[in-house]
Design a protein around this ligand. Structure first.
Ligand code: ADP
Length: 537
């Protein structure tokens, strides 16, 4: 790059060309003209093809072409440029500024030299008569020229600083409005021992905590209404962030909302106690949508399993029933034959035969129950049914499981003939679901008892299944009837039992409810009595 280009760059970085007059510079040219006792003084800046006057005294024009400028000669040298009498100087005697206005006879220009050594103009003094400056006047002029450059520098720095401050203010406004309007909860806290002090929280946080305008900051988390267990949880993660010096993520539930938080040490400050930033995102909707789609998938899987089970049950029942009929007929034949030769026979043989017979009956019942349980009973007709009989059918299917886990079953019925109108397959399914849940509840308890009770009033029948299990925690009590709600491990619970049972009971114009009575969990099904039964009561 040529020197002239660098010189022009140096001039332009001050951004001073064509700016209005300023008192600071006008004072300098005034002092210069006073010191040198001349009528004209200028701060002249040499642009690419003109000289422009930042400040002037004794002259009206703002600029002249560069080729006639005395200052152009000055900036090419490296010291104060003085022409004591232009008429005696070959270079200037025909210069239009000499031959015409302002009729220059005397010129002295002290260089305006930048820090990096570029001569960008002069502080000059001019007279219309020849003149000789004293050395003191020359050095005063040079001192003033240095002041001009210092002022240029100062103003440039001030401008940069102002622009920077302006940017900082703009950035702060942007950051503040980002902070306030961001839909994620965020803020800054200090951790002092076991106390979390909120230095600032954004609107999303105060809206979530419903504390807007209530308090002034800084504010302790306790005052913000955070429960103690949440404070302990946050403290634990702030401590982790302090040691790891990196972001720490964790999830928790607040007021039924699923929240994911990240905390981080604000490391550019050495503040004591340490400062942290936090951001919290409410993921409730996403999690619910995810659960919903998992539920749908489980529903499809479950549905297809039930269909497969139903189909299998039909053919298994068919396959088992035929050999069972053969066994039963054969045992009866043996009994007849044995009775003929009774005299010589051990009586125990009859007992054994009797046992074979009752076992065959029991297997038949189980197969029948399995078949009806797996079948979809929704399209069956509504018939008058004995509730006692339905309980016995359900028990036939369940009692082996109860026995094998040492669970005692009590069955009390206050009415021998408790008749309801309904679909047997569906009602047996309800009773089995309640028995299964009672089984699961007591299986690990010290006392393992499940009681089934049937009671009636003039219009309704009540079936109660009670167990000695630990009960239903209050926080899930409202959800247990929801489809797919289960607290059982994967593979053990589908969460469908109670919701299906509720649907069945309601389609029979009844209700299902649960409560804790005498330290026992009680599920109670109410069904309308069949008309015949109502008349009988
Ligand atoms: P599943 O048995 O497959 O979990 P259910 O709809 O039958 O589905 O039951 C839902 C939930 O209700 C169970 O996971 C359990 O948490 C609760 N529950 C049902 N019956 C009882 C009971 N007798 N005692 C304690 N909790 C029960």
């Amino acid at each position: 790059m040529s020197d002239e280009i660098n010189r022009l760059l140096a001039l332009h970085r001050y951004n001073i060309l064509d700016t209005p007059a300023e008192k600071d510079f006008d004072d300098i040219v005034f002092v210069a003209s006073q010191i040198c006792k001349v009528p004209i003084s200028l701060i002249s800046l040499i642009d690419s093809n003109r000289q422009w006057f930042k400040s002037k005294i004794g002259i009206d024009v703002d600029q002249t072409p560069r080729e006639v400028a005395f200052c152009d000669h000055a900036v090419r040298g490296n010291q104060t440029f003085i022409v004591e009498d232009t008429h005696k100087d070959e270079r200037f005697k025909n210069n239009p500024l000499v031959t015409a206005n302002p009729m220059i006879r005397f010129y002295a220009g002290a260089l305006l030299t930048t820090k990096d050594g570029h001569n960008i103009g002069t502080l000059c003094v001019i007279d219309k008569a020849p003149l000789k400056l004293t050395p003191e006047q020359v050095s005063s002029l040079e001192a003033l020229a240095r002041q001009v450059v210092s002022l240029f520098e100062l103003k440039r720095k001030l401008k940069i600083e102002n622009e920077l401050n302006q940017k900082i203010v703009e950035n702060k406004i942007t950051m503040d409005s980002f902070f306030e309007t961001c839909p994620l909860m965020m803020g800054i806290v200090q951790v002092n021992g076991t106390e979390i002090i909120h230095v600032s929280d954004n609107k999303a946080t105060t809206d979530f905590l419903k504390t807007t305008n209530q308090f002034s900051y800084p504010l302790s988390a306790t005052k913000l209404g955070a429960p103690q267990e949440h404070i302990s949880l946050w403290l634990e993660h702030y401590k982790k962030a302090l040691t790891s010096k990196g972001p720490v993520y964790f999830s928790y539930i607040h007021g039924g909302r699923y929240l994911k938080a990240v905390v981080n040490l604000i490391s550019n400050e050495d503040s004591q106690p340490p400062k942290f930033s936090y951001v919290v995102i409410d993921e409730t909707e996403q999690i619910q949508a995810q659960k919903e789609s998992e539920n749908q998938r489980a529903k499809i899987v479950h549905g297809s399993r039930l269909t497969a089970l139903g189909e299998m049950a039909g053919s298994i029942a068919h396959e088992i029933n035929n050999p069972l009929a053969v066994i039963k007929a054969s045992s009866q034949l043996i009994e007849i034959e044995l009775k003929r030769e009774q005299a010589n026979l051990n009586p125990k043989l009859f007992e054994v035969l009797k046992r074979v017979d009752t076992t065959v009956d029991r297997i038949s019942k189980i197969v029948k129950g399995l078949r009806s349980f797996a079948r979809d009973g929704e399209s069956d007709p509504m018939l008058t049914l004995s509730l006692n009989q339905l309980v016995i059918e359900a028990l036939d299917l369940s009692q082996t499981r109860f026995k094998s886990h040492g669970i005692k079953i009590d069955f009390f019925s206050k009415s021998n003939e408790c008749l309801v109108t309904g679909r047997a397959v569906e009602l047996v399914q309800v009773i089995i679901n309640l028995l299964n849940n009672a089984h699961d509840a007591v299986v690990d308890s010290a006392e393992k008892v499940v009681s089934i009770k049937i009671e009636v009033d003039p219009v309704s029948a009540f079936l109660t299944v009670e167990d000695t299990g630990p009960g239903i925690p209050v926080e899930i009590a409202e959800k247990i009837m929801d489809p797919f709600f289960t607290t059982k491990p994967i593979g053990q619970g589908t969460g469908l039992g109670l919701s299906i049972s509720k649907g069945i009971v309601e389609s029979h114009h009844g209700e299902i409810s649960h409560k804790r009575v005498n330290n026992k969990t009680q599920f109670r099904v109410r069904l309308p009595l069949a008309e015949a039964a109502q008349k009988a009561i």
